[in-house]
Design a protein around this ligand. Structure first.
Ligand code: CA
Length: 429
């Protein structure tokens, strides 16, 4: 799903790389929803939390109904959409689960860019060449990127989820975390139904409300879904043309640059300063060249010399390295997961006939589980390397603390949390 949040877990924090690894290639990614709040959300959102918690689902629904009607939703439509809707305990469980272990990035990529997905993508690319070319002309987004998104979001439309979206969102808005966010998604879904794009009975999606072949959240749908096949409905569920064009429209508004690369694999010179491999360090392509960085092989497209890029070491200094450009950041707006964006880039390259990643992954490495990442943060804090509140998420503060500790040890300061580092902290504490 485009952007919003979290895939696999709703709403992932952007910077939390490890979190991203939980993304499952076969499950639709959750988009980060653009937090465009429908005009209607007023009274219930303003209720103090304890009061809201005391409401029964029926009371809460009736308050929502008043707000929705005030915002222009037809009462009959509201009642039809909510017919038989009660909270779904499976959705609450999925929303609150915090998996201890996540897949290493190389395993995630292996599933995401599997030979069978590449083969299927090439067939669909050929079959849909005409419409993809019209979409590129209108929105300036290339066919391979769109087919890659289609492939990862819904396995080319074959896995769009089977949850009742109104029920899922009502559950999350009533008792989930981030209730105001879910409520705005729920009101957006009512607007979609009122627009007549789809019947309430057909409105299915992921457990978290991501919809259709593009896995759009409702607010994202309202802003970016388009009717490309001209039948008067924006149908991301059953119309391939609408789904692909909607994804293109989304990327266009996220500043996609046609014919510019998402990124490419690079080789680093001896003695490279790994502190530069950080999402917050941006340099021009020329500056990276001056530091001795070279592409691995021939890139499939050539960026402008002044193109702004960041350097990513997804598995630390012992794994492959990638230079990432503006289009990578556009993919992150679709789904705020570094692993996801890397998978889209690599899958699109494979569809163009690329050779895949040439560097080797540190596959023998054991990944830290969530509680070990918390322990790592606690031990770093105890040693005076401030990683912020220990939450198991490897964000900017934790990377910085890891780097400082690595420098202290005279190790390569790549900011990557591995078991060797944790072992070292355990010995010294
Ligand atoms: Ca249509």
């Amino acid at each position: 799903m485009p952007n919003l949040f979290l895939r696999g877990l709703p709403v992932t924090a952007a910077a939390s790389f490890l979190l991203l690894l939980t993304a499952c290639a076969d499950a639709p990614a959750q988009p980060l929803a653009t937090p465009s709040t429908p005009q209607s959300t007023t009274s219930t959102n303003a209720l103090p939390q304890p009061v809201q918690e005391q409401l029964s689902f029926e009371q809460w629904r009736d308050l929502l109904r008043s707000d929705a009607i005030a915002a222009g939703i037809n009462p009959t439509l509201f009642d039809r959409a909510f017919a038989g809707v009660v909270p779904n305990p499976d959705v609450v469980k999925a929303d609150s689960s915090q998996p201890e272990f996540s897949r290493p990035v190389w395993e995630y990529l292996k599933g995401a860019v599997s030979p069978s997905r590449v083969a299927r993508g090439r067939i669909l690319l050929a079959q849909n060449r005409a419409v993809l070319s019209q979409i590129e002309q209108r929105y300036g987004v290339d066919a391979e990127t769109l087919v890659a998104i289609w492939g990862l979001e819904s396995n080319f439309g074959s896995n769009i989820g089977s949850h009742n979206v109104v029920r899922s969102l009502a559950t999350l808005a009533y008792e989930g975390r981030r209730q105001a966010f879910w409520r705005s998604q729920l009101l957006a879904v009512l607007q979609i139904l009122q627009h007549g794009d789809i019947a309430p009975e057909s409105l299915v999606g992921s457990w978290a409300g991501a919809m259709g072949q593009t896995q759009f959240m409702p607010t994202t749908y309202n802003e970016h879904a388009v009717d490309f096949d001209g039948d008067g409905k924006r149908d991301v569920w059953t119309s391939q043309a609408d789904a692909l064009a909607s994804a293109a429209h989304y990327l266009q508004s996220s500043n996609w640059q046609l014919r510019q690369p998402w990124g490419f694999e690079v080789q680093l010179p001896q003695g490279f300063d790994y502190a530069l491999a950080d999402p917050e360090v941006r340099r021009s392509l020329n500056e990276w060249r001056a530091l001795g960085i070279r592409p691995v092989g021939q890139p499939l497209s050539t960026p402008r010399d002044d193109a702004s890029a960041t350097l990513l070491l997804p598995a630390g200094h012992r794994g492959p390295a990638f230079l990432l450009f503006g289009n990578f950041r556009s993919i992150l707006r679709y789904n705020n997961s570094t692993s996801y964006a890397l998978a889209i880039g690599l899958l699109s390259d494979a569809l163009r006939g690329g050779n895949g990643v040439q560097g080797s992954w540190p596959e023998g490495d054991r990944q830290l589980g969530r509680s070990e990442r918390v322990e790592l943060q606690e031990r770093l804090n105890a040693r005076g390397f401030d990683s912020g509140h220990p939450d198991g998420i490897i964000g900017a503060n934790t990377r910085k603390a890891i780097r400082a500790f690595q420098l202290h040890l005279r190790w390569p300061a790549d900011g990557y949390p591995d078991s060797k580092l944790l072992d070292q902290l355990r010995q010294q504490n």
